[in-house]
Design a protein around this ligand. Structure first.
Ligand SMILES: [Zn+2]
Length: 344
């Protein structure tokens, strides 16, 4: 099936429509497209059978498992090349973004991106060398342009790199971070916004970041909260009596960090966490359920008022939950931000 044309998710109870996207997502994968891998947090170099607790299966063969030793949730088996989904056609991405490029609409994540940039500004408000890893189409980095930062993005997808350059005039390196020749001890700010959960070699990537970031630089990471995905999964199964088919976005999100496991992998790779906080929920654009096309700009409130109010309510409740959990981020928080500094 060529999902560049149409994504048929009619078997998906939550999204029972067909719609078109720029990426190359598929509903179902085959085992020969997958790879078994050990827990990257507690046991990256060996396979221990029976170390994982199986939670569910998504998209045919992608297992959602929880490490019995360190509690990190990951996808095992995972897609061998989960980044391949981002190698879609430029003209299809253009269809998703065209009103944003033309300046007629905001991106649905702009509120989230501005929150991220304001957090970063608290630490580095002045002139700074800024590297964004996994820039995608540049929707995040474009909002950083009118500050005092010298911006560079790095993005492995050729089509997305081209679009970030063409649409927003951004300086983009088309490469995986590990393969790029970058100056050592150079960057004041390194960001991974909605990226780290995609990374299949997080230890190697953090080691590379450690080599290019300045001693007093900051690493900004924002990920979906793994505990929140677990919460959605359990509520659907136990309360609603059905399994969600896409609670973990298993085709692309290979690790599902909590605040604890995120802090642990940062510490293991010589980063000290300065701050960990709950980030705003992403209000998903709902156009695809009504017009058959996935647009990246916000849909009117009435198209998804229940979902929108529900996400906002859980976000506010998550702050109360955190107080009750003595500062730990719990199951209601949608996203986690961590700011870290090298301990080298
Ligand atoms: Zn583990």
């Amino acid at each position: 099936m060529n999902d560049n044309e149409t994504i048929n998710i009619s078997q998906n109870i939550e999204q029972p429509f067909q719609y078109k996207r720029g990426g190359l997502q598929k509903n179902n994968y085959l085992l020969d497209e997958t790879t078994e891998w050990p827990c990257p947090l507690c046991n990256p170099n060996s396979q221990h059978p029976n170390q994982d607790k199986h939670l569910k299966t998504e998209r045919g063969v992608l297992g959602v498992v929880k490490c019995k030793k360190c509690s990190l949730i990951r996808i095992n088996p995972r897609l061998t090349n989960p980044d391949a989904v981002y190698h879609g056609k430029e003209k299809d991405y253009f269809e998703e973004f065209k009103l944003i490029i033309e300046g007629k609409k905001e991106h649905h994540r702009d509120r989230n991106y501005l929150e991220d940039l304001n957090t970063i500004s608290k630490y580095k408000p002045g002139h700074a060398e800024f590297l964004d890893i996994g820039t995608n189409t540049g929707s995040f980095l474009r909002l950083a342009r009118n500050r005092k930062w010298n911006l560079t993005g790095i993005e492995p997808s050729k089509s997305l790199s081209n679009l970030a350059k063409e649409w927003w005039g951004l300086n983009i390196i088309n490469s995986f971070l590990e393969n790029a020749e970058l100056p050592t001890n150079h960057y004041d700010i390194v960001t991974m916004t909605d990226v780290f959960e995609h990374i299949v070699n997080p230890n190697e990537l953090l080691q590379k970041v450690s080599s290019i970031i300045k001693k007093d630089g900051i690493l900004f990471i924002k990920v979906p909260n793994g505990k929140f995905n677990l919460f959605k999964h359990v509520v659907r199964k136990k309360v609603l009596g059905r399994e969600g088919t896409n609670d973990y976005d298993a085709y692309e999100h290979v690790c599902h960090y909590s605040d604890t496991t995120l802090k642990q992998i940062l510490k293991k790779n010589n980063f000290n966490v300065l701050e960990c906080k709950i980030a705003l929920p992403v209000q998903i654009p709902m156009w695809h359920e009504h017009v058959g096309q996935y647009y990246q700009y916000k849909a009117p409130f009435f198209l998804d008022w229940k979902g929108s109010l529900g996400r906002s309510a859980l976000y506010h409740l998550s702050k109360i939950e955190r107080i009750m959990c003595c500062g730990r981020i719990g199951h209601l928080a949608p996203n986690i931000i961590c700011i870290a500094r090298p301990s080298k």
